[in-house]
Write a protein that binds this ligand. Sequence first.
Ligand SMILES: [Fe+2]
Ligand SMILES: [Fe+2]
Length: 252
Amino acid sequence: MSAATVASIAGASTLTAKADALEDAMSDELDKRIATPWFCSIDPTPEPVAGDTRPWYQHDDPRLPKMPDAPTLIDFFKLRFAPANHVLQSARLAKVNGMDEKIVLACLLHDICVGNFIRTDHGYWCAQMVAPYVDEEVAWAIEKHQALRFFADESVGYEYPDQYIRFFGADYKPEPYIIQAWEEAKKHRWYMTSRLITLNDLYSFEEGVVVDVDDFTDIIGRHFRQPKEGLGFDGSPVAHMWRSMIWPNNFL
Ligand SMILES: [Fe+2]
Ligand SMILES: [Fe+2]
């Protein structure tokens, strides 16, 4: 519940007004669980920033750290994705488990669109974002991990996630397109690359373990083709996706 909502309940003078305010608050809470696509997670009606009189935060948004002119993947991790615990911890786990560098990179990138850009169909979006800069196998594996998460693979000890039972109920069946993606992926020569992403996909973090993206500088350097113009400015088919995270309010 937001501070404004609490204030509006407390400030209501009659019992009926308090009940109305509470109902509004409950409906706000419900809205949060209705996961509409959110691009860049930027509030469209921000609190005014002192001294900034622009009606819209077109170009640099004063609430966000300014990005360098030619941003690298690491700049995005530090200035947009941070704290990025989920992907950093997953990549660390892959490293600890002795995975190939390509797998570590795939784990590092597998969910990077979720917190900052778009959550819906995130495997597909993340794969597209990185496709021009990584091996085809890595992008393929990232795309398929979305479907593979739903299907156990006893050969590597991957079980259906308990949290999906909590989220969706025990009798939930993924949509046909997810089932089809899994059926196809199972027969593919890169299946295990994607499966290993799901195996290192970590949701319960190790207490006290802090992972820094700088720990992956070498792996990124060897396996991510950083464009010299910077992500967002290389004219690639996905440059606009990276720019959308640099300037989330550039609608004109
Ligand atoms: Fe994911
Ligand atoms: Fe994940």
